[in-house]
Design a protein around this ligand. Structure first.
Ligand code: FES
Length: 248
């Protein structure tokens, strides 16, 4: 330190009235008299610069290494992706039977309706329903809760009755009215309602009864007796063939 302070003095010496006279320096920073001169800036990178760069680089790599697992964690796992959509073979389901599957961690009801059930569901007027909306992911949000609107759009992708007003007849009936697919969760507090069967009817509407607080659903999954406030959801699904559907 002492040597450096003594070497700085000649640099500020103006040697008369002219411009400051600077000493010539060797590559190591020595003057012609062998003294060292202090540097505040150098053109060549110093060891300290290297340490700064090395520390910043290691810091950036460390941050990236910390973030990668977090970002990875946010991606759905393979088993979740697999359950995002399921294919169901309808062949074993008999008329009048409701079979429960699991889709996205929720029960999913697939019901094969009898001709009598279809006719009863079609006879219901939308204005008599607790919830007048179809709640069908395959149709516009404001589609009325006609029986056809509770089913899937037809095989060619055209909705059964996309523009039907409340109470109006379906513009085009659903092509496969025997198949009803609804999420099996009561819209009150999330219990799983029990399905009516030809052998054991549940409730007054022939669909489902939720034993938790007494809500009843008809054979189109529409709420007919509360406290459930809305119709059960129809998930996105489509027919892959006459006997196979893909949900999700
Ligand atoms: S949870 Fe179904 S009626 Fe309450």
């Amino acid at each position: 330190m002492v040597r450096i302070r003594r070497a700085i003095a000649p640099i500020s010496d103006t040697a008369g009235s002219g411009a400051p006279k600077l000493p010539r320096l060797s590559a190591e920073g020595r003057t012609s008299k062998g003294k060292y001169v202090a540097h505040s800036q150098t053109a060549e990178p110093t060891r300290r610069d290297f340490l700064y760069v090395a520390t910043a680089t290691v810091g950036a790599i460390g941050a990236a290494a910390t973030l990668l697992p977090l970002i990875e964690q946010m991606n759905p796992s393979a088993d979740v992706l697999a359950l995002a959509s399921i294919e169901i073979d309808l062949t074993p389901i008999r008329p009048g039977q409701s079979v429960t599957f699991t889709w996205r961690s929720h029960p999913l009801f697939v019901r094969r309706r009898t001709v009598g059930e279809i006719n009863a569901a079609r006879a219901v007027r939308v204005e008599d329903l607790i919830d007048p909306l179809a709640r069908n992911a395959n149709l516009p949000e404001n589609a009325p809760a006609t029986d056809d609107n509770r089913l899937t759009p037809n095989v060619n992708g055209e909705a059964a009755a996309p523009a039907a007003a409340p109470g109006a007849a379906a513009a085009k009936p659903a092509e496969k009215p025997e198949w009803l697919v609804v999420v099996g969760v009561c819209t009150h507090l999330g219990c799983t309602p029990e399905a009516s069967t030809p052998q054991a009817r549940q409730g007054d509407y022939g669909g489902w009864l939720c034993h938790c607080h007494g809500s009843q659903y008809d054979v189109a999954g529409r709420v007919r007796v509360g406290p459930a406030p809305r119709n059960r959801d129809v998930p996105p699904y489509a027919f892959l063939s006459d006997t196979r559907i893909k949900v999700g």
